[in-house]
Design a protein around this ligand. Structure first.
Ligand SMILES: [Zn+2]
Length: 149
């Protein structure tokens, strides 16, 4: 018969209990003295959140309209030609180019393939995509000013 490590009483049901930092096998009467340790195998929680950082949560480039328009123009395609090519409506392409409509991933990938541009970008990558580390602050301010123009 196992005995409780706290009170010495014989008991069939001893529970692993953390009593002031020491793990003891105690009877039911003594579990109140500490914190019962549950069997950990089942309850083990995965605390790692690696998936979150690894997953590529790509976001639509903020200047997607501009990108589409300039890529289309550099290919000397009219809006209707591009629309035909993608099997989409002219009005849809126009809206995208004006930044009035955010293309979903399907449309974005069609546009990307047709124009060889990237519309969905990885935010982490673009943040670190600054070529020179020396004077980044000035460069960033300049870029922002240009975009606002
Ligand atoms: Zn006891």
């Amino acid at each position: 018969m196992p005995t409780c490590q706290l009170c010495g009483q014989n008991s069939d049901e001893l529970k692993k209990t953390n009593v002031e930092g020491a793990v003891l096998k105690v009877c039911n009467d003594c579990t109140d003295m500490g914190k019962v340790i549950e069997k950990s195998k089942v309850k083990k929680k995965k605390k790692r959140r690696r998936t979150r950082t690894r997953r590529k949560d790509q976001v639509l480039a903020s200047n997607y309209g501009e990108k589409v328009k300039s890529a289309r123009e550099s290919r000397k395609l009219s809006i209707s030609e591009l629309a035909d090519k993608l099997n989409e409506k002219n009005s849809l392409i126009k809206k995208v180019e004006r930044g009035e409509l955010k293309p979903d991933k399907t449309l974005a990938s069609k546009l990307s393939n047709a124009l060889e541009i990237t519309l969905y970008v990885n935010p982490e990558v673009s943040d670190y995509d600054t070529p020179s580390k020396g004077d980044t602050r000035k460069a960033t301010l300049g870029d922002v000013a240009e975009l606002k123009d």
